[in-house]
Design a protein around this ligand. Structure first.
Ligand code: CA
Ligand code: CA
Ligand code: CA
Length: 82
């Protein structure tokens, strides 16, 4: 049984990557921090945990208080535009 890609609700439909960082030194970004509602504050956090360059975990901070309000497997339907 294959489950469809989980999609997450975000504050807005825009995506502006504030940070795309390579923490493992292999030249591919593995942490992304993005703003989806244009206020300049991060509300979307994504992590590549297995080094294939694709998002494995997505966290959304809907009220931007620094604590994720939703966590899903995969890119949550919002893959980085890299
Ligand atoms: Ca924001
Ligand atoms: Ca991955
Ligand atoms: Ca929060």
């Amino acid at each position: 049984m294959t489950e469809p890609q989980e999609t997450v609700e975000t504050r807005g439909d825009d995506r502006v990557d504030l940070i795309a960082t390579d923490t493992t030194g292999d030249g591919k970004p593995d942490v992304w921090v993005a703003d989806t509602d244009g206020d300049g504050k991060p509300d979307l956090f994504q992590f590549d945990t297995n080094g294939d360059g694709k998002v494995d975990i997505t966290m959304v901070d809907l009220d931007q208080d620094g604590t994720p309000d939703a966590v899903v497997d995969g890119d949550g339907g919002l893959p980085p535009a890299v």
